[in-house]
Every structure is written in C-alpha cells, then in structure tokens.
Design a protein around this ligand. Sequence first.
Ligand code: URA
Length: 234
Amino acid sequence: MRLDKYLCDALGATRKEATKIIKSGEVTVDGEVQKSGSYKVSEEGQVAWQDRPIAKPGPRYIMLYKPDGFVCSHEDGFNHTAFVLLDEPKMESLHFAGRLDVDTTGLVLITDDGQWSHRITSPKHKCEKVYRVWLADAIGDDYAEKVAQGIELRNETAPTAPAKMEIVNYAENELLLTISEGKYHQVKRMFAALGNKVEQLHREKIGQIELDESLEPGDYRFLTQLEIDSIWNK
Ligand code: URA
C-alpha cells in the first residue's frame, strides 16, 4: 500500500494532511525516514510517526484493563467513559464488545469489527466470560448447583443459562463464575436472587482471551492474531 494511503486509512487523515505529515520528515518505515507519499509499504512494514508506531489500517482489536469508575459507552454525563483511556485515532468507529458496570474492573474488548463483537455478545454463540466475584456474605452450599441449573431473575421471562461456579477462597467469599450470556447486571442479579450481594466484580476472561497480567488498570494493548481468531474458532 502507498504510504499516503496507509496514513489516510490508519489516522483518518485526508490525502492533503497525509502528504504534509510525510513531507515533514517525521514518518519512518522500518526505521528509515520516507518523504514520498508514493513509497510502497510492504505487508510487514512498520510505519511510525514522531517515533510512535502507526497500527496497520484495517479492523482494530484492543484489550483494555478497565479500572473502577469508568463507563463502557461513548457518552455519560456523569462518569468518565473508558474510551478516554485509549490514545488512538478514529475513536468514533470503535465500540465495546460487551460492557462492564461502572464499578466492575477487568477485561474489556474494543473493536470496530461488528461481526466479531457479535460473536462475543450474542447469546446464540455462547461465548463464555469468566468473572472473579467477592460476595458480602458466605457462599451458600447450594450456589454451584443453583447457578448450574439456571436462576430466575426479576423481570426476565427465562432463567439464566447454565453457569459454572468454582470457590476460590471460602473465608473471603471469593469465587469464579463462568457465564455465557450478558444480561443487564447479570452477575449481580444472580447473586441477589440467591440472597447475597456482590461486593466486588472483576472480569478475567472472554472466550479464550485472558486479561494480560502485564497490564495495569487503565492500560491497553492490541490483540494478537491468535486471540482475534480464537473468537471465530471457538
Ligand atoms: N454482571 C454484572 O452484574 N456486572 C458487570 O459489570 C458484568 C456482569
């Protein structure tokens, strides 16, 4: 692909803007300054502007470690949107592949590929999500069986789909819950229906994609090809 087209597509710049950026001498391909818009960038070519890598144009797939206090939507008059944590061009074309509540932390996937995110969010595809849950009161002996059978939630016609529960630390009321749907406030409502209360909630995994341990709250990284494909191949 031509270098000027690469920048137009990757940055959402006009051809005129891309030409100006290239002429400034601040654009490198594989570490070499390139001043011509017609320069051909190879498939593996690494483009950078002011020493910052410019991701290849095309669909984007990002994992974000969502901290407490951020909402998963573009606009919220009250809280910060988690999008402020991303420093990427063309933000308006990105969306959350499944949301977390403002006080839930952990793995959030962000993309501009609607078909890919549909595989994650549509209950039809049964994409599993793993949550670490801390409850206010002791974990009931019957919880694992009840979540496996499905729980009747208020204002829902059908019970929740079978879920898996594993106790992590009984004394701390800490457990892992795997669900394959994403009903509104689902985890909190499931434990409320069991007479308990979720004190803290953290998402660790979506399908085969695990929250990268090297990320701190508020950090993000692009997914690997293997991670992207795992959503199609599950
Ligand atoms: N279930 C909830 O109750 N909250 C979340 O943020 C995610 C799942």
